[in-house]
Design a protein. Structure first.
Lengths: 435, 435
């Protein structure tokens, strides 16, 4: 038989080493969310396709979703993103929930795509969202959380930057200042989204197809050239976009006060999902020349609950994937060493007759919360140390003929090299030594 | 629009309260596994159906599996159980892995079944397995781990028992002692499996259909009447099943030495999955009269790697589901109170002008690892305490007009009722107080 030992295409096996790394990532995410008093939630791995259609339209459904009809004739899909589930759960509970609502989750998601660097079919995504926070304070808190997360991973602003924009600015520029209709605005959004990925010539060609008049083109390329907070403020003043200026300045003031400015770069090309975001939008971008890519995206949205016929509620959130995060951490040499597990004690014996007493002591120590790795057969003294290293043990217990006679265990502290002879019965003394 | 706010049939939403409970269950499982030096692994949520067919045959595939054909024409399924993935991963890595291999995982699994008490379509299962341990020591360690798990949940042997049997005993009794052919042995296994769920009359009727002779019937009902270790030893001696007696006694001796006996009950009807287990089999059974059901099943197996054409390797393991576990803990009043989150500090202010300083202090405390919940608008003194309770805060920070003037925060310890006036700049002092 030729059964494959490999995981399904685009997915990963997590052997203990990989799982320890994943746990490190998840624990750092959870710790950060808890520092900001965000509460964890989760939903089912399957939802009805109706839900995804309502949120994302047909495009995502047709191309990238793992959908199928269940045995009860329900058209369902493995979750490709968490937001629709979040919307459903918030819609079901927000009336009874204390505001602002601060939630996070680390779901695994599946998208049908060609596996490549930074993109797999199954990945995990750290999602943080805040609902119903006062004007601009939710945006600032979500950004603080994102920065704290990166700091908790050991990163600083030499390694990453947060590219930021405000959809209100883009909307006012395109619709009011340039007087574009909905359709042209939409097309221009698509062009902006691609602006950094194409040459200037191609960009100009794309724009020329929209048949803008000279003034409109000037404004557009003027807008696209902005790259600092100062420059966008001047732009908004120059064209008298007062409302956009006021709200973006309010955000900027908070960002200054709360120490976010060293992490932020104004970027007019950041627009994110067109039908979803309505305010501040951002991406965390790797600054390393070999890994210039986004590792996180998010922003402010207003109409999450619309698909459930609920009143609008402001929300701000982001999603950060484990695959791109790992690439970032690897690029900046920030991955921890997880080659070995960690154990408090390796219990070994050097005399067959000691098996039972070794097991009894192990059991009592475990009952006291000690992490014990026991051997099942006698082990020569000189083999013990390499095993202890592989097991990441802090202490080793030896029980040889001598110890059996004296009814003691020899416990060695591998760091300080100190040794202790402790009676079989003195479990408390062992626990004190080991913890 | 009529979009449903409910999760897909047979699955659950985990709002923060439910998620905290799930985290408690998972953390207790992980803690227990680590006490025994088991290392965590995980696999993809999807596998090719071939893998499940190879392990379980067609029955499971046809009735209960969430299978579908992907866009690349692969026939795949959402994992209904973890064992095939485990087998694949062990087959891929065992040659380079230190023995014994001690692994655990807490995957979510999906089975298409009618949702009912203790059974949902999506559930999580704690899986522990040990490979290549010396004779009977793996069985004993896995049982110790299961007992420790129940103890770590606060349960004792008045609440649960481990029903235990040895497939070697059943095989020897049916095939050698009763001289039954393979087909009749198989049918009798099926009857044994149902024995406790039917009346004695129905049981006798089922047996009579097998056309056993009088001696065979006597032996069979003699076997079925056994219910203590003493009685099975006498049975094995009486019928001279020496090999089964020797190996089961060896297990029993370890169980005595390692303190397992108070948790074990011999039960001749425990046989578990027919094609899979080969040695000791067991179920953890709830003793409560209102919840008489298994919450965990496992045993020893030898041929896990056969489907990959690898050499046999002994293994022992168990699976324990979160739904039945929760029912058990609820029945015995062992569920923790998870109604509120836990936070170190609730930061409030009583003067609009204090917003920025409150946010700055919050940020600095978070940078020092403190879990801080901040309010975004001023909060009257008398409303602060009920909010602190809902947020599970240990301390409250107040910044009113007075504090703004003095540039201090008033921090109150909610347990001791002590209050402290601390300068805005003395972050270290605050951290010391709060941690």
């Amino acid at each position: 038989m030729g059964l494959s030992k490999k995981p399904y295409k685009g997915t990963r096996d997590f052997f203990p080493v990989e799982k320890r790394l994943q746990n490190y990532l998840f624990e750092t995410m959870k710790k950060t969310a808890h520092q900001f008093s965000y509460e964890e939630y989760d939903g089912p791995m399957i939802e009805e396709v109706e839900l995804y259609k309502a949120k994302s339209g047909e495009e995502l459904i047709n191309d990238q979703i793992y959908s199928f009809t269940d045995r009860g004739n329900r058209f369902v899909a493995i979750r490709p993103e968490m937001t629709p589930t979040l919307a459903r759960m918030v819609a079901a509970s927000y009336k009874e929930t204390l505001r602002p609502i601060r939630w996070f989750s680390i779901p695994n998601l599946m998208r049908y795509e060609r596996p490549q660097k930074g993109r797999l079919r199954e990945h995990w995504q750290f999602n943080c969202d805040i609902f119903d926070a006062p004007d601009r304070l939710g945006e600032v808190e979500i950004l603080q959380l994102a920065v704290q997360l990166m700091k908790n991973f050991g990163a600083d602003n030499t390694m990453f930057e947060i590219l930021i924009n405000d959809r209100a600015i883009v909307d006012e520029t395109f619709e009011n200042l340039m007087s574009l209709d909905k359709d042209t605005t939409y097309k221009l959004y698509k062009i902006v989204d691609k602006a950094k990925k194409v040459t200037e010539d191609i960009l100009k060609e794309m724009v020329s197809k929209l048949n803008l008049n000279e003034e409109q083109e000037t404004i557009f390329f003027d807008y696209l050239s902005l790259n600092t907070f100062e420059s966008i403020f001047i732009f908004l003043q120059k064209y008298k976009l007062d409302e956009a200026l006021t709200t973006f300045k309010k955000f900027h003031n908070y960002a200054v006060e709360f120490g976010l400015i060293p992490f932020l770069t104004y970027d007019p090309t950041i627009v994110r999902g067109l039908d979803y975001y309505t305010g501040i939008v951002f991406e965390i971008f790797d600054k390393h020349p070999e890994n210039r890519r986004a590792i996180c995206g998010g922003g402010a949205y207003a109409n999450l609950l619309k698909i459930f016929n609920e009143k609008p509620m402001t929300g701000v959130g982001f999603g950060l994937g484990d695959v791109t995060l790992t690439d970032f951490l690897r690029t900046h040499d920030l991955l921890p060493n997880v080659n070995t597990p960690t154990n408090d004690l390796l219990v070994t014996f050097q005399d067959d007759a000691a098996l039972v007493v070794a097991q009894k002591i192990s059991a009592k120590l475990r009952d006291n919360g000690v992490k014990v790795c026991s051997t099942f057969s006698k082990l020569k003294f000189n083999k013990v140390f390499s095993l202890a290293e592989k097991k990441g043990a802090s202490f080793i217990a030896f029980i040889g003929g001598n110890e059996l006679e004296k009814k003691t265990v020899l416990i060695k502290n591998l760091k300080s090299k100190e040794q202790f002879d402790i009676s079989f019965d003195s479990i408390d003394e062992m626990v004190k030594l080991l913890k």
